[in-house]
Write a protein that binds this ligand. Structure first.
Ligand code: C5P
Length: 327
């Protein structure tokens, strides 16, 4: 085989409930992941000189490491280690990442590329690992890799790697993403949340999102809970109900580090979004629209309002990482 290309979606978190920091520095989460139609493509080809290498092109390519720190390369190395006892040639590869998912934007683009590299190398090497096995390997590379393999809408627990697919009807939701002029570091946002909670005198979770106004923080509340009302809204397929239950415990922390987001979120709600929140650790802002037409109107108005770098319309749920061509 001369090369395999896989396509992989960005993710949103429709709920992101964060517990106190654990001994290993991570935070226990309860999150509702949702894969959306903004895709990176990853191609793997046998490397002629015998060394793994990576080339990154597209959106934000100059900010993606092109060495052994690259998450896609780390996934290749982890998969090779996992199949070394098998009768399969897991030779050196050249990985080419074509990015459309912005870097350090809260959309798990790095984890997505790792997931795509796993499915592409699994095919190139004819390794025959199941998705479940790939998810186990992916979880060692990044907390969001397992979901990028699964796709759809799913509840994540632990660091986000323990997944249960959500039984939701075939509703497609229409989202507008507002990309910020800048990035946020995920560890910095988690650390800011810990500081905010310490200054509020509690370490707990519970929803502090939607601008912090509608739902008050509950200091002292330890472990995060799944939002039953969000799950019920998703089962109903009613976008207006889903919009009211979007929540992200990292939002206040992201806004504290990137105050311009407050204005972006407010603008989207004023322009008629059914719900608004920061994507993961930010700084992308996410807006839910009633249908494709409303999403187009919202995208046009938001880009005219000058409250973000650029906008994109996406829909979800979409499937996880998958091979799109092999030859
Ligand atoms: O797993 P990943 O490398 O994507 O995580 C990046 C950083 O985000 C971690 O080093 C940690 O600081 C923070 N994090 C966390 N709790 C999680 C996931 C990520 O504290 N559940």
């Amino acid at each position: 085989m001369t090369g395999v290309t896989a396509r992989v979606p960005a993710k949103l978190n429709l709920q992101l409930a964060v517990g106190p920091p654990r001994a290993d520095g991570y935070h226990d989460l309860v999150t509702v992941f949702h894969a959306v139609s903004l895709f990176d493509q990853v191609t793997v080809e046998p490397a002629e000189d015998g060394d793994d290498a990576v080339t990154v092109t597209g959106e934000g390519a100059d900010r993606v490491p092109a060495d052994q720190d690259n998450l896609a390369l780390r996934a290749v190395v982890a998969l090779r280690a996992a199949v070394r006892d098998r009768d399969t040639g897991a030779g050196a590869v050249h990985v080419t990442i074509a990015k459309r998912i912005p870097v350090a934007a809260g959309l798990a683009g790095g984890s997505a590329d790792a997931a795509a590299a796993l499915v592409a190398c699994n095919e190139l090497w004819a390794a025959g690992l199941t998705q479940q096995q790939l998810r186990g390997i992916g979880a060692t590379v990044g907390s969001d890799v397992a979901f990028a393999l699964l796709g759809g809408t799913a509840v994540g627990r632990g660091r986000g790697e323990q997944l249960t697919p959500a039984l939701a009807p075939a509703t497609q939701y229409h989202w507008v993403l507002a990309f910020a002029d800048g990035q946020l570091s995920t560890p910095a946002v988690y650390a800011a949340l810990d500081r905010l909670r310490a200054s509020q005198g509690g370490s707990g979770s519970k929803r502090e999102s939607q601008g912090g106004a509608r739902r008050a923080a509950s200091p002292g509340h330890g472990q995060p809970d799944l939002d039953a009302a969000l799950m019920s809204a998703l089962r109903s397929g009613e976008a207006a109900r889903v919009g009211q239950r979007l929540s992200n415990d990292l939002q206040a922390a992201a806004v504290s580090l990137f105050p311009a987001l407050r204005k972006t979120l407010a603008a989207g709600l004023e322009l008629g979004a059914l719900g608004a929140l920061v994507a993961g650790s930010g700084p992308t802002c996410v807006f839910l629209a009633a249908n494709a037409e409303r999403a187009l109107e919202l995208a046009v108005s938001l880009s005219g309002a000058g409250v973000c770098r650029s906008v994109a319309r996406v829909s979800g749920p979409v499937p996880g990482a998958a091979v799109v061509s092999a030859g």
